[in-house]
Design a protein around this ligand. Structure first.
Ligand SMILES: Cc1c2[nH]c(c1CCC(=O)O)Cc1[nH]c(c(CCC(=O)O)c1C)Cc1[nH]c(c(CCC(=O)O)c1C)Cc1[nH]c(c(C)c1CCC(=O)O)C2
Length: 356
């Protein structure tokens, strides 16, 4: 049984359930604004670079002890309010047999892109046995984390499709969008398959004991709102619906999604992640009532020195002052060359400034 089942499910609240991060997700009062960073585990940490030496990215995701160690590193060093499970959005695709790799400095590369109806057959259902190393790693992590919540995650159908159809990272998504505009039926079936795989992957993590889940639709900002509504929203909404009755908060995040925030709210998450382009008070108006917000310091601010970091963090806190439920984060992932100490200081700063 997971350590953070809601009291409405008949369980006693636990220290994890009462953590600032989970309280903020539920829009309850918090002792201080909780902080965590997307990509907090990664190349910004010398201890990460050390343990990853000579081990490929995907290989490292399949070694439970290494996954647990890497997940814990930023919690120990920065005292963030949540851990994020060390994995990657393409892990479930690899686990069902898609021939792909994560190339250093490039990202996920798919050997044979998905372009035709026949290619869909390669996307079989994901079973818990396909990712037993994930369940095992979460089992190792929970006792080590104590009351610090663990966030599970998956890639959203559109972002996964962008890698599968393009065959790798893209700036224009021309092949993916060509399928979306040119063969809407095939596109809908592809996104529906990916929604099932994503929901299954999130359920594995929830059953293993994660306290919250985040759906990364990192590249959804490439879409016009009308196309997002017509061709993407229902697949992401299906993922949120599938995990709705598990009692863990669901976070929805994308980059460059200012014009999509209302629709992302409609997709059904409890918390919406916002990048740095839209101030949080304006984001709250766009997302609509009843949802917490997560964000949104520009990750490049961390290169500008302490004074600038504090001033810009203060701006984020001020624009969040009227919100019910704010989780402090960056507007996108930590950049690899970020000074680790700048992140530690930022956590301390937000905790001190918001202590109530
Ligand atoms: C788009 C996307 C991917 N992966 C992910 C996303 C969505 C988040 C986002 O928008 O950034 C999600 C992801 N990938 C990773 C995490 C770990 C958890 C954390 O946030 O700390 C998470 C949440 C580890 C990783 N995933 C990857 C790394 C870097 C590889 C390494 O350290 O060797 C890490 C730490 C590889 C990866 N994987 C992907 C990219 C673009 C890259 C970068 C390639 C590179 O710059 O080398 C695909």
């Amino acid at each position: 049984m997971s350590a953070n089942v809601s009291p409405t499910a008949g369980m006693q609240p636990t220290a994890t359930y009462d953590s600032p991060f989970l309280k903020a997700c539920r829009r309850e009062p918090v002792p201080h604004t909780p902080v965590w960073f997307m990509r907090q585990a990664g190349r910004s940490l010398p201890e990460y670079r050390k343990v990853r030496e000579g081990i490929g990215m995907l290989d490292s995701c399949m070694r439970p002890e290494l996954v647990a160690e890497i997940t814990l590193q930023p919690v120990r060093r920065h005292r963030v309010d949540a851990a994020i499970f060390f994995s990657d959005i393409v892990v479930p695709l690899k686990a069902i047999g898609i021939d792909l790799d994560i190339k250093p400095g490039i990202g996920p590369v798919v050997e044979q892109p998905v372009r035709t109806r026949a290619d869909l057959a390669r996307l079989r259902d994901l079973t818990p046995e396909d990712v037993s190393y994930v369940t095992e790693a979460i089992g190792l992590l929970l006792p080590e984390l104590g009351s610090t919540p663990l966030i599970g995650f998956a890639g959203a159908p559109f972002t996964l499709a962008s890698y599968l159809v393009e065959g790798g990272p893209s700036r224009t998504y021309e092949n993916a969008k060509a399928m979306m505009y040119g063969d809407p039926e095939l596109w809908a079936d592809l996104l529906d398959r990916l929604a099932d795989i994503t929901a299954a992957f999130l359920k594995v993590q929830i059953e293993a004991g994660v306290s919250a889940v985040q759906l990364f639709d990192s590249w959804a900002g490439a879409l016009a709102p009308a196309d997002y509504r017509r061709s993407v929203l229902s697949a992401s909404a299906k993922v949120f619906r599938e995990v709705a009755d598990h009692g863990v908060p669901r976070i929805h995040f994308g980059v460059g999604t200012g014009e999509l925030l209302g629709l992302m709210g409609e997709a059904g998450a409890d918390v919406v992640g916002v990048d740095w382009r839209v101030p949080l008070d304006e984001a709250a108006r766009r997302v609509g009532p009843g949802k917490a917000l997560q964000g949104n310091l520009d990750p490049t601010v961390l290169f500008a020195g302490r004074e600038a970091v504090e001033a810009k963090a203060q701006e984020v806190l001020e624009s969040a002052a009227g919100l019910e439920g704010h989780i402090f984060n960056l507007g996108h992932g930590v950049m690899p060359s970020t000074e680790a100490d700048a992140l530690t200081h930022l956590v301390e700063y937000v905790h001190t400034r918001t202590a109530r």
